[in-house]
Design a protein around this ligand. Structure first.
Ligand SMILES: [Zn+2]
Length: 93
């Protein structure tokens, strides 16, 4: 019984410390394509597309690119097109 009580008190103190953890400020990400007012992304601009590819050649997720859903879709399409044409690699080793 005494052990249980101790455990409970420990878990309570832990939860209290968790609540005290500093409030994270969330930066508002603005979609870089919307900000640059680019109407359509061109799949032939491989240098531009390479910004949205990870160092292993994968399409970067939205949490990394910070794009809006529409432009993330556009970029993914363009990267896939560019891969077929051979401008962007499928896999980097
Ligand atoms: Zn956008």
């Amino acid at each position: 019984m005494a052990n249980n009580r101790n455990n409970n008190s420990n878990s309570n103190s832990n939860s209290k410390t968790k609540k005290v953890v500093k409030f994270r400020r969330v930066k508002k990400k603005v979609c870089s394509i919307c900000a640059a007012r680019i109407e359509e992304v061109d799949y032939k601009e491989s240098n531009y597309l390479k910004r949205y590819i990870t160092d292993r050649g994968k399409i970067a997720p939205r949490r990394m690119t910070g794009l809006c859903p529409k432009h993330q879709r556009d970029i993914a399409k363009c990267i896939k097109k560019a891969r077929i044409v051979g401008l962007v690699p499928y896999l980097v080793e």
